[in-house]
Design a protein around this ligand. Structure first.
Ligand code: KIV
Ligand code: ZN
Length: 528
């Protein structure tokens, strides 16, 4: 039997903290459930000291997710560690993950501490953590640029004082595999109590080498890999979970290791991350990109038809991309839809199926062919957890290349409807200005993107927006066959998120940020 490599997923911590990838509590929980289905060994749920929102998300994840280990990040000080423990103490399998930098450059310029001070602080932190929790991970930030003998000394002391996992991050993505592999091997050999801990690698992708470095780490003795779905993370990202897992699975001949990942859940996990964050997956991305299994060249297609293995080193089914047996269209009923979702791997409750069916029939009226991606979008997007404070009744916008564009928007809130019109630099800008007039919020659009979910002229367009209301940023999305409609819905979804958070703030959990009532009602419409 090959040796097991644990998959430590940090999508909700290192991934989520990267620009444009933030998720709210419901979204984090949705992702955590998907990670549980993916069967990761560890979910790093967040950094509880960072904010009250982070703390709540980690706490909720710890309460709901029972199978994987739930890790919480903490710097090497009592306050951080106690806060991390407070968030995860009710988890079925809690882990405290504490870290401090060990490279001279970080010690001199960031921490302003000597090597012996950092060593002492590490020991003290591991002791505090170990008093609270039997599972303690210790990471040396910027390990790959640290002096190897000093690093070995710090790690040995951490193990001596109770650390059960030792993580060797390539924090700045500087290492290359021919260097990282031997570095890890030599480092481990220098640690006399190495048999008392599991070693872990955590590589960033600044030079596009995070996956290669992680695999080199595994070959040199790491039995845990830290990674994220779609490789999201700080700067260029972290090592991509799906690439590591599928490399280990596909190249068993050279890499005699296995993971317990349910690979058929990979594609759904990938879609969920991009749906929740708006961080699109490039078409040619390994394993989960739109084109990862598309064979375009005639010679390739010919080979594929004769024997799939001519050009296919892994099957789309193995990562959960199902080739359809049921074609969905206007006349498909609930039963067929439910069967189709089963085929796609979704077990929908009666209510979820009802809601999905509602969105499905709306979509089927608008487009001829409904693809699997459409159905996944419906189920991940249409079944919402944030209440619709404002609903769109009507949007009309006109633009062109001559002068200002204009828009008329009608929104409903409770039983009232509100209408506003505005001019803008383009129809989307005009729509957003009209929405702002109604809600009284002033959104600053930080990012806007449109992506086609499927193929053809009537493809679903997915719009993602990052909007700043007062001092907080919100990510929201919407899909429609009409991109102006999708643009309006995405923006109103961001408004609803902001208002929902405001409601939560009112319970005293978070600082005030957004005003909840329309400040100025431009024109209250009668009827709907
Ligand atoms: O990249 C890094 O060094 C980290 C640590 C906190 C593990 O994310
Ligand atoms: Zn990191």
């Amino acid at each position: 039997m090959s040796e097991k490599v644990l998959i430590f997923d940090t999508t909700l911590r290192d991934g989520e903290q990267s620009p444009g990838c933030s998720m709210n509590l419901q979204e984090k929980l949705k992702m955590a459930h998907q990670l549980e289905r993916l069967n990761v060994d560890v979910i790093e749920a967040g950094f509880p000291i960072a904010s009250d929102g982070d703390f709540e998300a980690v706490q909720a994840t710890a309460a709901e997710i029972r199978q994987p280990i739930i890790a919480a990040l903490a710097r090497t000080n009592r306050q951080d560690i106690e806060r991390a423990w407070e968030a995860i103490k009710n988890a079925a399998h809690p882990r405290i993950h504490t870290f401090i930098a060990t490279s001279d450059i970080h010690l001199e310029f960031k921490l302003r501490k000597s090597r012996s001070e950092v060593l002492e602080q590490s020991i003290e932190a591991v002791r505090i953590a170990r008093d609270l929790c039997s599972d303690v991970e210790f990471s040396a930030e910027d390990a790959t640029r640290s002096d190897i003998d000093y690093l070995a000394e710090v790690f040995e002391a951490a193990i001596e004082n109770g650390a059960t996992t030792i993580n060797i991050p390539d924090t700045v993505g500087y290492a290359i595999p021919q260097e990282y592999g031997p570095f890890v091997k030599e480092l481990i050999s220098k640690i006399s109590n190495r048999d008392k801990a599991r070693f872990s690698c955590h590589c960033h992708d600044d030079l596009g080498l995070a996956v290669a470095n992680s695999l080199a780490g595994v070959e040199s003795g790491c039995r845990q890999v830290e990674c994220t779905v779609n490789g999201i993370g700080e700067r260029a990202g972290n090592a991509s979970l799906e690439e590591i897992v599928m490399t280990l699975r596909t190249r068993k001949d050279l890499l005699p290791y296995h993971t317990d990942i349910v690979t058929e859940e990979i594609y759904r996990s990938s879609r969920l991350v991009s749906n929740l964050t708006g961080a699109f997956v490039q078409a040619n991305k390994a394993v989960v990109g739109k084109n990862a299994f598309a064979h375009e060249a005639g010679i390739h297609q010919d080979g594929m038809l004769k024997h799939a293995r001519t050009y296919e080193i892994m099957t789309p089914q193995s990562v959960g991309i199902i080739s359809s047996t049921l074609v969905m269209g206007k006349h498909s009923g609930r039963h067929a839809l439910s069967k189709k979702y089963e085929e796609l791997g979704y077990q929908l409750s009666k209510e979820e199926l009802e809601r999905a069916y509602f969105f499905f029939t709306k979509l089927a009226d608008q487009k001829k062919e409904i693809y699997d991606e459409d159905l996944i979008t419906i189920v991940q997007d249409g079944i919402k957890t944030i209440p619709d404070t404002y609903k769109i009744n009507h949007v009309h916008a006109a633009g062109g290349n001559q002068g200002l564009s204009s828009a008329v928007v009608r929104l409903a809130r409770n039983d009232e409807t509100y209408v506003a019109s505005a001019h803008g630099d383009g129809p989307v800008d005009a729509i957003y200005k009209a929405v702002d007039q109604i809600t009284g919020l002033r959104g600053r659009l930080l990012d806007y993107s449109v992506n086609s979910v499927t193929r053809g002229k009537d493809a679903l367009g997915e719009v993602f927006v990052h909007v700043r209301f007062n001092d907080r940023n919100y990510t929201a999305k919407a899909a429609s066959v009409d991109i102006l409609d999708a643009s309006a819905r995405a923006y109103v979804n961001a408004v609803n998120k902001a208002l929902y958070e405001k409601k939560q703030d009112a319970t005293g959990q978070r600082p005030e940020s957004v005003s909840a009532e329309p400040q100025k009602i431009p024109h209250k419409a009668t009827g709907s």
